[in-house]
Design a protein around this ligand. Sequence first.
Ligand SMILES: NC(=O)c1ccc[n+]([C@@H]2O[C@H](COP(=O)([O-])OP(=O)(O)OC[C@H]3O[C@@H](n4cnc5c(N)ncnc54)[C@H](OP(=O)(O)O)[C@@H]3O)[C@@H](O)[C@H]2O)c1
Length: 326
Amino acid sequence: MSAALALNFFERNKNCFAIFGGVVSCIIGAKLCLHILKGIRSFFLAPLLKLGVNPKTLGSWAIVTGATDGIGKAYAIALAKKGMNIVLISRTESKLTATAEEIKSIAEVRTKCVSIDFSEGIEIYKSIEDALEGLDIGILVNNVGASYDYPEFFHQLPDGKNMVKKILNINIFSVTYMTSIVLPKMVDKRKGAIVNVGSASCFGFPLLTVYSATKAYVHSFSQNLAAEYSDKGIIIQSLMPGFITTKLSGIKRSSLFVPTPDVYVNCAIESIGNESATYGYWSHSLMMLCLSVIKMMPRSFYLPKYLRAMENQGKMNKERKAAKKQ
Ligand SMILES: NC(=O)c1ccc[n+]([C@@H]2O[C@H](COP(=O)([O-])OP(=O)(O)OC[C@H]3O[C@@H](n4cnc5c(N)ncnc54)[C@H](OP(=O)(O)O)[C@@H]3O)[C@@H](O)[C@H]2O)c1
């Protein structure tokens, strides 16, 4: 009876349903077209036509945190190629010296190395401030980041509280404090850019919960600051990469959806001044468009990797116990 009623209702209103369906399809289609056109402009036309801001016009020095590997090193090299002097901030002194030498062999620019461990507390920022004294800072790339060694449930994080503290210090406090160090002078001269390297995982990544949440902070912090300083000549960008072949991701082989740091950065760097929030690379943007339907990564994505890690740990524990017995 109720099915017949529903059918009858549908039959009487089928024109309304058709119009409603047409309007919804048009809106979705228009949104999709807009996304694709924006993507073509950002990821193909902007790098080709050099539509991004010329970083040298913002100041003579660029600061890159986490500058000796992966995305940070690629930014340091790309900015040096654009004629900027580079302040390299990272943990390992020998890697800093090697990267500075590499940069000087590629571009005629000056470099300054600051060896700091961002996992430590607020006290480290005094020495960074001292090192930056007197430099005309045009760009800050807040790149340094830390994640889990393997996907894990929150209550089982190895060295739990300590690990959480380290990740928060590196991913959240470094971005916030470094910004507070450079922003006042940028405001005074009414120019400057800050690129905050977050992650596409900021929209939700179970089994990487703390990491993903810190990147949500980075995105929100950047978006709010971008609005706050939009009329003060300051560019603030939230960069949200997908997977890239680096030590942090543990992925060694590049592919269409996993570019190398150089390929990624050469594209992303051209979006500074054009996009206040971007995935930085066309295939990452496409991937996120598809994933936007499911809102957040399903837990099952990292479950096999978690189980593999547990299996390996089980083996390792057995080996350790056997070695102790001997
Ligand atoms: N790779 C990806 O797939 C991916 C995806 C999304 C977002 N991201 C984000 O991109 C950023 C860069 O990641 P990456 O993959 O390029 O990392 P990476 O290749 O592992 O490089 C990390 C850099 O940071 C430095 N560093 C690490 N811990 C540090 C600490 N406690 N204090 C000071 N420096 C430290 C390292 O120098 P030392 O070796 O001397 O410590 C190195 O120069 C991160 O914010 C990450 O969250 C990466």
